[in-house]
Design a protein around this ligand. Structure first.
Ligand code: PHE
Length: 449
């Protein structure tokens, strides 16, 4: 089957940035920052992005672009024909199904909230009403499933269209829109009375609040946010052309990802702090309960509240979509390249499986709340398996593979684009993937159990 590539360098960067920027930045990052003491967490998170996130991302790029084939073939070929490494090809498929199934549930919520914002559904509601409405929406057996299904179908259609017409075009349209919305929202948030308290929280570190757990949380957030460890970026890198500067691309994607996360903080914290009585709270409630309240209290039932909330939830929908596209692509690429199934059939089939698995995840907020496995509902279980098991193991194996198994000449050739680029950072990069990254990841992993 003929290999399609991203048509332009900017398309490649935007697609990878689209995968990285998602609910992890706008939903998970402010929650984690809120729970871990603000600015100190932010600094540690940025440290982990640079020390671990970028090197692993670049490693995934090297593997994908060097072999230009499915993940299992990449690992098989680059290991010099060792069969065991072929099993790495299963990571994107298994993790892809799991992560997309639960991610689509939250993405569906964002679409529903964009719809609610569009019909001015928050106007005149009391904080209690907004809170109860969210609880009963999540627990409803039908409504969230419909919104999840819409997200999955749009996702499936974009991936079925292919790499250039679907993924690249989608990223080229959605990513600039996302940046525009972010700038508007940050500006609005800054004008709120008392916004400085939010800025203080985000930018004045208090290291006395840092514990071992903070370090682990920051590292986990860096992984999830950059989409590393699942070979998702290996899959995207198979569509990179030979002249893409992998280190520069990795740094650009990480910079965009971090800036979006900081901007999400700049939107959310001034808004939350400007209204007395609200604190950076936990879980889904910050984005789906606290914020609609903030919009109402700050702007009343005005047109500003309407525009602010509509832009915010549309932003979330687009961020979620560009990430979920990359999740489906890792599954579809496997079935196209390894099983020779056509792209549209693979997209439809994978979407149907995710619809079924996603139904289990969604119902675990409602009628199946009490049906747990290892003490977790389906949603939490899937998140646990992906973020706490597969991501660290995958990230570590990628480093070990590239640092110890693959011929060093291949690594050097990919980083320097066959010797045409100067790469003074190469020894540092190699040291990180050989020693620092695997050891750090091993430590996170062990400490989690
Ligand atoms: N990085 C994405 C986000 O921040 C989530 C993601 C994880 C995407 C794994 C692809 C693979 O939302």
């Amino acid at each position: 089957m003929e290999q399609e590539n991203f048509g332009s360098k900017i398309g490649a960067i935007l697609a990878a940035a689209g995968s990285a920027v998602g609910l992890g930045n706008i939903w998970r990052f402010p929650t984690e920052t809120g729970n871990n003491g603000g600015a100190a967490f932010l600094l540690i998170y940025i440290g982990f992005m640079l020390l671990l996130g970028v090197p692993i991302m670049v490693s995934e790029f090297v593997i994908g672009r060097h072999s230009q084939t499915s993940v299992s073939q990449s690992f098989f070929k680059m290991s010099g024909g060792k069969k065991g490494w072929k099993l790495m090809g299963l990571i994107p498929v298994v993790a892809g199904f799991l992560v997309l199934s639960y991610y689509a549930v939250v993405a569906g919520w964002t679409l529903y909230y964009a719809f609610l914002a569009g019909i001015d559904g928050f106007a005149g509601k009391t904080p209690d009403e907004i809170g109860t409405a969210f609880q009963s929406f999540c627990a409803d057996p039908i409504n969230p499933l419909i919104w999840m299904a819409i997200i999955l179908v749009i996702n499936g259609l974009i991936v079925a269209l292919g790499v250039q017409k679907g993924i690249e075009r989608g990223a080229k349209i959605m990513m600039p829109l996302l940046f525009i919305f972010i700038i508007i929202l940050v500006a609005c948030s800054f004008t709120l009375p008392g916004a400085e308290a939010g800025l203080q929280f985000l930018f004045h570190p208090d290291f006395s609040k840092v514990t071992g757990q903070t370090l682990l949380n920051a590292m986990g957030q860096a992984f999830f946010s950059l989409s590393v460890g699942l070979c998702c970026l290996c899959t995207y890198a198979t569509y990179f052309k030979k002249d893409v500067n992998l280190m520069q691309d990795g740094l650009q994607v990480a910079t965009i990802d971090t800036l979006v996360a900081i901007c999400a903080g700049l939107i959310i914290f001034p808004a939350v702090f400007s209204i007395t009585g609200l604190a950076p709270s936990q879980g889904p409630s910050l984005v789906f309960v606290t914020l609609p309240n903030v919009f109402q209290q700050a702007f009343g039932s005005s047109i500003v509240a309407y525009i602010f909330s509509l832009c915010f939830y549309l932003l979330l929908v687009m961020a979620a979509l560009t990430s979920s596209i990359s999740m489906l692509e890792m599954i579809v690429a496997y079935f196209c390249q390894e099983r020779h199934i056509s792209r549209p059939v693979a997209s439809i089939g994978a979407t149907i499986v995710c619809l079924i698995l996603g139904t289990f995840c969604s119902l675990s907020f409602g009628i199946w709340k009490d049906d747990t496995l290892f003490g977790m509902g389906f949603f939490d279980l899937f998140d646990f398996i992906v973020a706490k098991l597969i991501m660290p193991i995958g990230g570590m194996l990628i480093c070990v593979f590239l640092g110890w198994i693959v011929d060093e000449k291949v690594l050097r050739a990919e980083i320097t684009n066959m010797g045409t680029l100067r790469a003074p950072y190469y020894p540092v990069f190699r040291f990180i993937i050989r020693y620092l990254a695997p050891i750090c990841i091993l430590l996170i992993f062990i400490s989690q159990f």
